[in-house]
Design a binder for this molecule. Sequence first.
Ligand code: CA
Ligand code: CA
Ligand code: CA
Ligand code: CA
Length: 295
Amino acid sequence: MWSPHHGALALLLCVAGGCFVDYPPELSGPGGSAGGESTAAATTEAESHASDDGFEGCPSTDPPGIWYLDADGDDWGVEPGQVACDEPPGTSPARGDCDDDDPERFPGALEVCDGEDDDCDEIIDEFSPANDSCLGCSLSERDGAPHWFCKVDAIDWVGARAACVARGWTVELLSIHDEASYTWARKQAEALFDVADPIATFWIGLRRADPHWTGCEADVEQWQWSDGSPVDFAAWTMGQPDAANCDPMCSPQHALDDSCPRENCGHMLYTEGGWNDRACYAKGVGYACRAAAPP
Ligand SMILES: [Ca+2]
Ligand SMILES: [Ca+2]
Ligand SMILES: [Ca+2]
Ligand SMILES: [Ca+2]
């Protein structure tokens, strides 16, 4: 909790160009325990210095600002902030730089295919006007959500999911919840895969719900999406899911064991278009990911 005594923790520093108050990190940022309350308190503290001690270069009518260290000079700084009347050298009023050693990476920068998050949105190599393909993936955006449709030599469902998650904590295998999204996903696949190739299939986020993995029933109610959303729209190919090759003696732990061919994962068949249940260890030639749309 904030108390007036915390003000004693602030350091009054004087350097060329003026004085500023430097607050400990836990008191200066909105993410700290004291939150915005501490910022308000810091401002009050600085104002009192300004009026009592005659802050050099600080008009008494203007409150001091909060400035963030900007080491790479891209006009985006990093926590913690410091309170000063005038902008200290090497600082910025904006915070949120995800790499303060790289002037090419900052919020709003153009994302490019380089294995890094250039625009600081915690997603790596997503679609941008400068980035519509990357390492075998076609990149796109739908309703503000970045999508990846990727063509690979061979990948199982778990590998495909790992490839999605590696791009950011909001990224998952694609889930599809309405006809328009399904049609759109097929069009993206058409542009990437060879229409004539009968094995041109790609993994999506369909999987059987864990508690049901010991059963061999082909019940559509047992399916869910890897992002946790329910299967509230269905585009199963006729006769699917069929739980083919199921051995009731196989345990859930063996879902990825090729000695236990249980069709617990879902993919999209390009030539037929719809969904099919398939053994999770089977090799697909592609996969689709989606990141959550920004709030
Ligand atoms: Ca910076
Ligand atoms: Ca930077
Ligand atoms: Ca990014
Ligand atoms: Ca990048």
